[in-house]
Every structure is written in C-alpha cells, then in structure tokens.
Design a binder for this molecule. Sequence first.
Ligand SMILES: [Zn+2]
Length: 70
Amino acid sequence: MAALWPPATLPGLHVDMGQWNTKAARWARFPTADYRCGRCGDIESASGDAVAAFVSTIHRIHRAACPSRA
Ligand SMILES: [Zn+2]
C-alpha cells in the first residue's frame, strides 16, 4: 500500500471520487471518504454508495458524538 499523501493526514473531510471504467461499466476504484476530527483526531470513513450521505452528514454526526466537545 502506498503511503498517505501528507495533506490526507490533516483534519477535515477527504473525498476520493473513485474511478468509473466506462468501457467495463463498473468501478475501477470505488469512491471513498474519510473525516478526521481536528479536536479528537478520530477518523470515520465511508465507501461506495454510502459516500454521498456520509459527506453531507458527518460533520453534524461527529460533532454530536465527539469525545472532546465541551
Ligand atoms: Zn472529534
């Protein structure tokens, strides 16, 4: 496995839109998303069909459950 690109270790939402192979009509690489919290450092992830909902809700969901919230 390749090493993470340095910005991928920064807090925030990182989305890989994947790669659709039009000739084979299937994913060559599935979409993925990682959220790294800037307060507690937790990482939450989603892939495939779950990415769209994950991207639109993870900030709110993690904020409510973040162990470092005051
Ligand atoms: Zn957190």
